[in-house]
Design a protein around this ligand. Structure first.
Ligand code: BF8
Ligand code: SF4
Length: 658
């Protein structure tokens, strides 16, 4: 007890309003402090980020070092081997890209493994839900579909997509989706990806001590590897998940911690791979488990998602979502979570201690991700229900033995989720002529100024959700249509922007389009691997015409305002390499004014790619994106259209007919 008291005395107390703009998380942080429980918010406040690491001014790639250079005088010193600041930064950056790309592509490969086993009949617990999409994707990458059995097409699709990972030479299959001029730029600079395994391996090799020591050459391999993620591993993850589990279409669903139910057995799935969650969905609907929950005194079983697998499940099935990355520990403080099952990525080790404090049963399920001291119930795709049924049974036991007060923030926000790129086609183009033409037309006539992707994590180094929400509000106010994925999507859904009524927050042009179509001004596309949907949408916009010949010509921009993970760096780099101006917030891991920094923030654009940007303030970020969009509009010769804000009757009729 004395020790516990000392621990409590030591605890950093937060100025809660400064660390989160999520009311539910704030309420739980207050409770956590009352209970003497520590979270990542507290650890971030107690531990200053290392300034040398933050600038990427150190190298520990060999034991002649670690070598520490000086951020304020970056060219004043070199490492023991002679490595310059540009080499060191580019190598560190490259390793972030390699790790991020590995995470997405390994996830994609798992989905493809599952697909193969389903198609060959070895796994019967899952099946093909969207055969229409299967044929469409197969046809797009050159597989003959006419008059053939679905199984044959599926097996050919499997074999072709396997090349996304294993191909030693030549271009990956989805390079066929890249607009011709963008692909030309890639070919010119030698960055068209081969298989992701090869690209990641080569990047790890080149960033080894004493190999690639030219930041420009390292940057090429960063782009090539990142592209093998965006147009490779991530895109396969999205497409195969749609084929297996269904392509999202708009669905009304609720987010926030109020989705927990005091009188039900609450189960959270948090992580990234939808196969675990899909099996859990089957488990919680099993009559015998529902009966067992009732026998334990519960009114039912309540399944809720968090982070990216949650974002996929809200998109596909309207499963409620309890919160984003910075809420995963705090939700346990409710005391209402009976079990949390996690798989891979963004799983804080700190969850173990918080779960322990509140008696929540925490389970790891994936062989890639164990946590010391946490029970592991391995998930096998050949018998998925063994794992998920067992988690439900454990949750029921915990429900029965609940022995402390429960406090659930009474906040739920309804909204419309589930906008796949296919649905955007249909929504804007109508059933009979589904196409991006109306989107392009509305961009050309200036009602929609441009499109922004706002994506990515939350990070305790900045006020949770604040930068996401303010940035998106500023963008839509200026008639920029926003598409979203991952934790950012949940931030805006909590802020109420996912309703068609939120159109009143948009500028006159965008709100008119939203009202005509009945869509919110902010469209959620799912999890972080679903950023590939944004790439496909960009390709479609180029293909339809009127907005230039390459992705780099489009009036679009991207942002990850509260990023934290290496996956985000890989995503940022593949958007930049695809031609998109991409801004990150929080901090940027490169010293300003170094040659490597100038290449990423300026030089790449001159080579036909996009470029990086950095800003902490959401309004500054928004206006950097808007300026870029306006610059592109001007280059396309459609800048004058925006002057004509008021629409005449003919315009209105044209829009209504669209
Ligand atoms: O892949 S947005 S905190 S949950 S890394 Fe993680 Fe970031 Fe959330 Fe999903 Ni994406
Ligand atoms: Fe130092 Fe060079 Fe070794 Fe890095 S690779 S730790 S810069 S000696």
């Amino acid at each position: 007890m004395d020790n516990e008291k000392k621990e409590k005395d030591k605890q950093v107390l937060l100025n809660i309003r400064d660390v989160t703009s999520c009311d539910a998380t704030a309420q739980m942080l207050k409770k956590a402090e009352r209970d003497g429980v520590e979270t990542a918010f507290h650890r971030a406040a107690a531990m200053k980020a290392c300034p040398i690491g933050a600038d990427s001014a150190c190298c520990k790639h060999c034991s002649m070092g670690p070598c520490r250079l000086v951020s304020k005088d970056p060219y004043g010193k070199v490492g023991v081997c002679g490595a310059t600041i540009d080499t060191i930064q580019a190598r560190n950056f490259g390793r972030m890209v390699a790790s991020g790309a590995a995470a997405h592509t390994d996830h994609g490969m798992s989905m493809l493994d599952l697909f193969r086993e389903v198609v060959s009949g070895k796994i019967k617990e899952y099946s093909i839900k969207d055969s229409f999409k299967l044929e469409a994707v197969a046809e797009e990458i050159g597989i003959d579909v006419k008059g053939r059995d679905l199984e044959d097409i599926a097996m050919d699709l499997y074999k072709e997509l396997e090349r996304t990972y294993t191909q030693v030479e030549g271009e990956i299959p989805f390079a066929k989706r890249v607009p011709e001029k963008t692909l030309e730029t890639w070919r010119k600079h030698g960055v068209v990806p081969r298989g992701a395994m090869r690209e990641i391996m080569e990047l790890m090799h080149r960033t080894h001590m004493g190999v690639d020591q030219d930041y420009e050459n390292i940057t090429k391999q960063c782009s090539r590897t990142a592209l093998s993620d965006g147009w490779g591993g991530s895109m396969v993850a999205t497409e195969i998940s749609d084929i297996l589990f269904g392509t999202p279409t708009p669905v009304k669903a609720e987010v926030n911690m109020g989705c927990l139910k005091e009188n039900e057995v609450n189960i959270i799935i948090h992580g990234h791979e939808p196969n675990l969650f899909e099996s859990m969905l089957a488990s919680v609907n099993d009559p015998s488990l529902i009966e067992a929950a009732k026998e334990a005194g519960a009114e039912g079983i309540n399944l809720v998602g968090m982070c990216c697998s949650g974002a996929e499940m809200i998109s596909r099935h309207g499963i409620p979502h309890a919160g984003n990355f910075m809420s995963t520990e705090t939700i346990l403080v409710t005391g209402a979570v009976d079990a949390m099952g996690v798989d891979v990525q963004c799983i804080k080790q700190g969850l173990a201690k918080v779960a322990d404090c509140y008696g929540t049963k925490l389970f790891t399920t994936n062989p890639r991700c164990h946590i010391e001291g946490v029970e592991h119930i391995e998930f096998h795709e050949h018998s998925p229900r063994e794992c998920t049924d067992s988690i439900v049974e454990n949750a029921i036991i915990r429900f029965k033995n609940r022995n402390m007060p429960i406090e659930i923030p009474n906040i739920r926000n309804a909204g419309i989720h589930g906008f796949s790129h296919e649905y955007i086609n249909y929504m804007l183009g109508g059933t009979f002529r589904g196409s991006y033409t109306p989107l392009n037309d509305n961009i050309i006539n200036g009602r929609i100024r441009g499109v922004a992707g706002v994506v990515g994590c939350t990070n305790p180094r900045v006020k949770q959700d604040y930068v996401h929400v303010e940035l998106v509000k500023e963008l839509i106010k200026n008639d920029v249509l926003v598409v979203q994925t991952g934790c950012s999507q949940i931030a805006l859904a909590k802020a109420g922007l996912y309703t068609p009524e939120a159109a009143h927050l948009a500028g006159p042009g965008l709100s008119e389009v939203c009202e005509t179509v009945g869509m919110p001004p902010v469209l959620g596309l799912g999890s972080c691997v679903d950023n590939s949907r944004i790439l496909i949408a960009c390709s479609e916009m180029v293909r339809v015409g009127g907005l230039g010949e390459s992705i780099a010509d489009l009036p679009v921009a991207g942002a990850a305002p509260e990023w934290m993970s290496e996956k985000a760096i890989s995503i940022g780099q593949y958007f930049v390499a695809s031609g998109v101006f991409t801004i990150f917030g929080v901090t940027y891991p490169i010293i300003e004014d170094t040659k490597f920094h100038k290449l990423l923030f300026d030089g790449l654009e001159g080579m036909g790619f996009g470029k990086w940007g950095f800003a902490v303030d959401p309004y500054e970020m928004a206006h950097m994106m808007i300026d870029h969009i306006d610059k592109k509009r001007k280059a396309l010769g459609i800048d004058t259209a925006r002057d004509r804000v008021l629409m005449d009757m003919a315009d209105r009729q044209k829009l209504d007919a669209a």
